[in-house]
Ligand binder design. Sequence first.
Ligand code: HEC
Ligand code: HEC
Ligand code: HEC
Length: 441
Amino acid sequence: MKRIFASLLSMLALIASGIFWYGNQLGSPLPADMGKTAGTTEQAADQSDQIARGAYLARAGNCMGCHTTRGGAAYAGGRLIASEFGDFASPNITPDKKTGIGNWTFGDFWNALHNGKSKDGRLLYPAFPYPSYTKISPGDAQALFAFFQSIPAVERQNQSHALRTPYDQRGLLAFWRALYFKPGQYQQQPAQTAEWNRGAYLVTGLAHCGACHTSRNALGASDLNNELGGAYMPVSNWYAPSLLAQEEAGVQTWSATQLSQLLRDGISAQAHASGPMAEVVANSLQYLNDSDVQAMTVYLQSLPKVTKPKADILDQAIAGQGIGKEEMERVMYLGGALYKAHCVDCHGDSGRGAPPVYPALQGNASLQMTSVANPVRMVLAGGFPAATKGNPRPYGMPPFAPTLSDAEVALVISYVRNSWGNKASVIGASDVNRYRTAPLD
Ligand code: HEC
Ligand code: HEC
Ligand code: HEC
């Protein structure tokens, strides 16, 4: 018996080391014709074009969003990225030779973006969205490299991450990779137009929309069977809605112009980009040219429409409580009074607001989603859309956390979720309270 157990154990160890080896070496080499590093003679001529293209692509990939701290030097790292595994500190990616990536070759850079490995062979955490960036083409990677070698070098020592055990064991990433990482460039779909392919390349690769909009498993791997199907952001407590489900931000049925406006300007008559989405617009999407925004719109609108499975409905419990008619009347009476006192000036008597400045609450899908995270956060903390060319002086919404109690916020949100034809579950004070202490970004 003992012997069987021992041989079973050694077999398991063998399998584990096999998986470990596989996860470690996983990746694909640099394409043969790309071995040259930037700066060789043929490339010098068009180097400034290459740098400009790289700068544009860095915007599309929002490298700034993670690699720059508020008020800090561009791309010098040090921004803390909170996650359920602990805090990641982004590294310095300026060309400083001591503390940045000044000594890196193009091959090293490719290996990071495409294969998730640092220059010294360390496996990188997928908090760096290389599972999406792996789709970046070698030509785009070269332009990005040229850009990052051209920016001012800033000396800033990398901090270490503050991760909880066992996530601080970098070696375990080998197993993670074996299970979840699929290196590979974007594959053109010949049946689709060039515009659609461009949109798909941006949405699923460089612009990594799925990093927030695709749900993840307990080990932080994206659920590729439900791409862009909506996800809670566990630390910031925002909900990135499904881009497929009609009950949420299913964009297939939006007007194409309004979707493009939302992405580029941050507001449209139909929707506002708030919180983390406003940051994506501010740091990245507003800089994209019209043809790229249009391509993303075409791709997003071609995605399959889905209906959210019933199991997803978190507050079925609340719906199941079967709020009686009298209780509902009480909610609508008290909630309506709060609405008149605090909200009516901007959102109007009949909830039609004054789009695009003050969003309509009537017929507003993001208000009626199963998850109330976003409306609750908006009422507690207020919010500003991104300042963009299309919306240079954004109007904000004031925070009500200082003036309204949890029960009052619950009443007014339940009221707007059930007025003017809106229909959604009634919420209680505890649904509000959990967001009181959420970080405000
Ligand atoms: C969502 C946040 C996020 C975004 C967006 C992001 N990065 Fe990073 N990046 C990180 C984190 C966190 C690490 C550190 C990972 C680790 O230590 O394992 C990292 C690591 C890197 C590294 C490896 C540095 C080293 O010293 O090993 C490079 C190179 C890099 N990023 C380049 C980029 C580029 C280029 C872009 C834009 C195309 C980008 N990053 C966008 C978070 C991000
Ligand atoms: C950093 C996380 C993050 C990334 C990256 C991200 N989103 Fe979002 N997105 C959110 C959150 C959170 C919301 C909900 C807040 C809101 O409604 O604006 C949202 C909302 C949206 C909405 C609905 C807006 C509304 O009010 O109905 C659309 C459409 C959208 N995102 C598209 C995209 C696309 C396309 C990309 C990639 C280019 C993207 N998002 C990248 C977090 C993100
Ligand atoms: C001073 C004007 C003003 C007042 C008062 C105001 N809002 Fe707003 N509201 C706004 C603006 C502007 C936005 C868009 C903010 C953004 O995009 O970040 C907004 C956004 C919202 C949203 C998110 C809509 C969406 O599409 O994502 C909700 C929900 C909301 N308000 C509810 C309320 C409620 C409930 C009250 C009263 C307790 C209220 N607002 C009071 C101006 C106001």
